[in-house]
Design a protein around this ligand. Structure first.
Ligand code: SF4
Length: 279
């Protein structure tokens, strides 16, 4: 990750002068309109939004998503190539020596619990699903270590089933935009899902998470360099000075070891621009 490597391009210069904080939407219609405008704006800013975990098949995505708890996607991407080279199938992973798996995935943290989960889910795939990842939410959530969030990531990105991924970024941003006040992920998912057509759910999730990682950070949102600022009722929660805000931007546009340079084949986004490229 390189901090501040992007210039003002993603913000398109829109926040060059201090803005007045927009009021939260007052009616349901105004809320839907504001939410969809923000989504359209994010689609322009992040046309390359995609899942940032590397994977080549549903099994790899499932394992990588379980491993991504409490760590970064980048760290997982640096760890999974060796794991999948040695254990490419659920059968291989289920039959592995747990100590070897622990050693391989140690850098992702919580490696004992994660080893238990990924070996357990591999055994369940082998025994109950013919070694294939099932494409139904009700089957996925029964696998060890797999909750609704993980299941939706897999369904949305390996099976094309629309889904909203409520991670820490997504929850924080939609509350800043006043789309909901809920904090429970299932309730956030329902509230936000009701504002958009299903066909938008998966890409919306990626765009919002991209924005949370790059601009609208938890502690220091870069409001003064944010393309959403004219629409955001929380404008001013972070740094509004454009020059200072620019220094807070974080870009992960590819180029670092383990980082995905292009989304999976057929993914409805565009490849990320190379590190340091404008826009
Ligand atoms: S960075 Fe600031 S203006 Fe932009 S979405 Fe976050 S809180 Fe709103």
């Amino acid at each position: 990750m390189s901090e501040g490597s992007g210039d003002a391009t993603p913000a398109k210069g829109k926040a060059a002068t201090p803005l007045k904080k927009p009021k939260p939407p007052q009616s349901r219609t105004a809320l839907v309109r504001q939410a969809r405008r923000i989504n359209r704006e994010l689609a322009e800013v992040y046309p390359y939004a995609h899942p940032e975990l590397d994977f080549e098949n549903p099994f790899q995505l499932l394992v990588a998503t379980v491993m991504s708890a409490q760590t970064t996607d980048l760290r997982v991407n640096q760890t999974t190539p060796a794991l999948f080279a040695k254990y490419p199938t659920p059968e291989d992973l289920a039959a592995a020596n747990p100590e070897e798996i622990e050693e391989l995935i140690r850098p992702t943290g919580f490696f004992r619990a994660k080893t238990k989960s990924i070996m357990g889910l591999s055994a369940a795939l082998r025994d109950d699903f013919g070694g294939e990842v099932p494409g139904r939410i009700e089957d996925l959530v029964k696998l060890p270590g797999v909750g609704r969030k993980t299941a939706f990531v897999v369904l949305g990105n390996a099976f094309g089933v629309p889904g909203i991924t409520v991670d820490t970024h997504f929850g924080r941003l939609v509350r800043r935009w006043k789309w909901t006040e809920e904090t429970d992920p299932d309730k956030v998912e329902a509230a936000v899902g009701a504002l958009f057509p299903k066909s938008e759910w998966t890409m919306l999730s990626h765009r919002v998470i991209f924005h949370g990682r790059r601009i609208c950070h938890s502690r220091k949102p870069a409001c003064g360099a944010c393309p959403i600022a004219p629409l955001c009722p929380s404008y001013g929660e972070g740094e509004t000075d454009p020059e200072k805000a620019k220094k807070l931007l974080k870009y992960e546009m590819g180029g670092a070891p383990g980082q995905r340079l292009k989304p999976p084949p057929g993914y409805p986004g565009r490849p990320a621009p190379p590190l340091g490229a404008a826009g």
